[in-house]
Design a binder for this molecule. Structure first.
Ligand code: PGA
Length: 253
């Protein structure tokens, strides 16, 4: 079982040329990177099809967005089937930036998860509490609510295609990471929740990534906890060298 994953999320950054350069560097260096780490990247959606055909390594591609509907009269939306037809492997769902600014409610998140799994598209499901909830000590309840709602109707077999990313909102893009203890404790909580919602095997096979200001200087410490299986990396994924340092930190070899 390979649970270690490092996934980059470029958000709305890079030109197509810069994106191609990044993929070429990663393709070239991939053989020297630890083979027990799955490496994934989420470029802006317009670049996906061309980057997928350019890449000739084990790099996996993630869409930052996916529609909550099937094909039809939905201007501007792109479906899970379309992404699969472009060779995309996963979709990021429930990212806090989309929850906060683009109406991605728990209900929408659940629909996106269902559309993706039905289409054979893997899911990177993000969850995370804001600072108020953290200060009030309610972070576990927030995560439990988000996960129960997002995974409503999902069965244990389908969980093979689901990766969870715990991203405390107060740590995203702020330079302030969760401490290794905070990450370990929330990841442990998520794994226990998975065991009670599904079963022990599913809980131990599911990858739980940490996201939020993860970078080469703190990755080793954050990944040291047994329940932290790697990271979802925003800012530090833009530069291939920094990203590679984080991939090395996620290896158990
Ligand atoms: P960050 O972003 O690494 O820049 O904090 C993480 C994310 O939003 O996935």
């Amino acid at each position: 079982m390979m649970r270690n994953i490092v996934a980059g999320n470029w958000k709305s950054n890079k030109s197509i040329n810069d994106a191609r350069d990044w993929v070429s560097v990663m393709d070239k260096d991939m053989e020297s990177l630890p083979i027990d780490v799955k490496v994934m990247i989420a470029p802006p959606a317009p670049y996906l099809a061309s980057l997928v055909s350019l890449s000739n390594s084990r790099l996996l591609f993630v869409s930052q967005q996916v529609s909550a509907t099937q094909s039809g009269a939905y201007t501007g939306e792109f479906t899970a089937e379309m992404l699969v037809s472009c060779g995309v492997d996963y979709a990021l769902i429930g990212h806090s930036e989309r929850r906060a600014s683009y109406g991605e409610t728990d209900e929408v998140v659940c629909k996106k998860v269902r559309c993706s799994l039905d289409a054979g598209l893997g899911v990177v499901l993000c969850c995370g509490e804001n600072l108020d909830k953290r200060d009030a000590g309610e972070q576990e309840q927030v995560i439990k609510d988000q996960l129960s709602s997002a995974l409503d109707g999902v069965n244990a077999l389908e969980m093979e295609d689901v990766i969870i990313a715990y991203e405390p909102i107060w740590a995203i893009g702020t330079g302030r990471t969760a401490s290794a203890e905070q990450a370990a404790s929330m990841h442990g909580f998520i794994r226990e929740w998975l065991a009670s919602r599904f079963d022990l095997n599913t809980a131990s096979a599911t990858s739980i990534l940490y996201g939020g200001s993860c970078k080469p200087s703190n990755a080793n410490e954050i990944f040291a906890s047994e329940d932290v299986d790697g990271g979802l990396i925003g800012g530090a994924s833009l530069n291939p060298e920094e990203f590679q340092e984080i991939i090395k930190a996620a290896s158990s070899l």
